[in-house]
Design a protein around this ligand. Sequence first.
Ligand SMILES: Cc1cc2nc3c(=O)[nH]c(=O)nc-3n(C[C@H](O)[C@H](O)[C@H](O)COP(=O)(O)O)c2cc1C
Length: 177
Amino acid sequence: MNNKNILIAYFSRKGNNYFGGNIVNLPIGNTEFAAEIIEKLTGGDLFKINPVKKYSEDYQKCTEEAKADLQANARPELTEYLDSIKNYDFILLGYPNWWGTLPMPVFTFLERYDLSGKTILPFCTHEGSGMGHSEHDIQRVCPQAIILKGLPIRGSSVKNAEKDIQRWLGESKVLMA
Ligand SMILES: Cc1cc2nc3c(=O)[nH]c(=O)nc-3n(C[C@H](O)[C@H](O)[C@H](O)COP(=O)(O)O)c2cc1C
């Protein structure tokens, strides 16, 4: 499958994280794992939202850095931007739930482009809070975009999420796009 009108843009952090109640070292972040499943199912283009300043691989430190960014309403600079988003109709937007919302680099990404008329499908990995208020926050920064119902995925179950992802893509009509 080759769907050049689908962009899968995601933020994910590898390193120490809670995984089913324990701290473990993840070589691939949970959201990255989900993004790769979606790439396989849709044939869309994959883009990693990568901040210049890396968050700590230490879980505790990372939660503090993320909280400081959230409180400052920061827009961390990214290492790379897409030249244009014009040719994409669907943006499958992946991120971990951080303090109930999107990690701030995802806001940097969203505010970089004119997303008027684009359809955004959020998928969010989490450890209990689901999508949090992330969908509302996406709509706030992209008022002209169409935000479809997001898919929450429990991070520690991401390896078993393919069926749920497939169903969600089907309901959103992306697989027929
Ligand atoms: C800074 C930080 C804040 C988090 N805040 C929440 C939260 O508010 N609610 C929640 O359910 N999980 C929270 N988590 C857990 C992550 O959302 C979850 O582990 C996610 O799958 C990590 O995805 P990643 O490996 O792609 O980065 C947080 C994790 C981090 C590192």
